[in-house]
Write a protein of this length. Structure first.
Length: 170
């Protein structure tokens, strides 16, 4: 094949991108399960499947942050948690964009809420292990995650008033 062949360039660039993702995940994640899930999460395009993967990934991310804190790498731990928070927001927005009624078809919403609940429980214990000078930043991430959990709960279990309002529009 010729080096200027577009097919060869596309395949080569995709292979390099895949290797970059694998190596960057492997370097950052000491837990092999975390690295594998991150790769699967990054390559998934279906919002429901992506949410289900993130539900499994969340508690592992908090565990990774705990290991970072024990190694006196609070900034690294904070970046892991902030990335999880951002991924969570993106996933919730993608699920909402599907316009699925979460109370009738909870796939993705339910798993994400359960994984987030577990992550928040672990994070609550973790916040008290960090030095007081960075504790407020960890608490801000925890607050954001808690707000996202509340929005998931509202989507899964709407109040009677919300059900009546939605019922009139359908």
């Amino acid at each position: 094949m010729n080096r200027s062949d577009p097919y060869l360039r596309i395949v080569t660039s995709r292979m390099l991108l895949s290797l970059l993702i694998v190596f960057s995940s492997a370097v950052r994640a000491q837990d092999p399960a975390l690295g594998k899930l991150e790769i699967r999460y990054q390559s998934e395009t279906n919002p429901v499947q992506k949410a289900k993967l993130l539900a499994k990934l969340g508690p592992l991310e908090v565990d990774q942050a705990a290991r970072d804190i024990k190694a006196d790498q609070e900034e690294m731990a904070l970046s892991v948690l902030e990335r999880y928070r951002d991924d969570l927001r993106t996933s919730v927005n993608a699920l909402v964009a599907t316009q699925v009624n979460a109370s009738k078809h909870p796939a993705g919403f339910k798993e994400l809420q359960i994984g987030l609940r577990e992550s928040l429980r672990r994070l609550n214990d973790l916040v008290f292990l960090v030095p007081s000078d960075v504790q407020t930043r960890f608490e801000a991430v925890r607050s954001d995650l808690s707000a996202t959990q509340n929005s998931l709960m509202e989507a899964l279990f709407p109040t009677t008033k919300e059900k009546q309002t939605k019922g009139k529009g359908e």
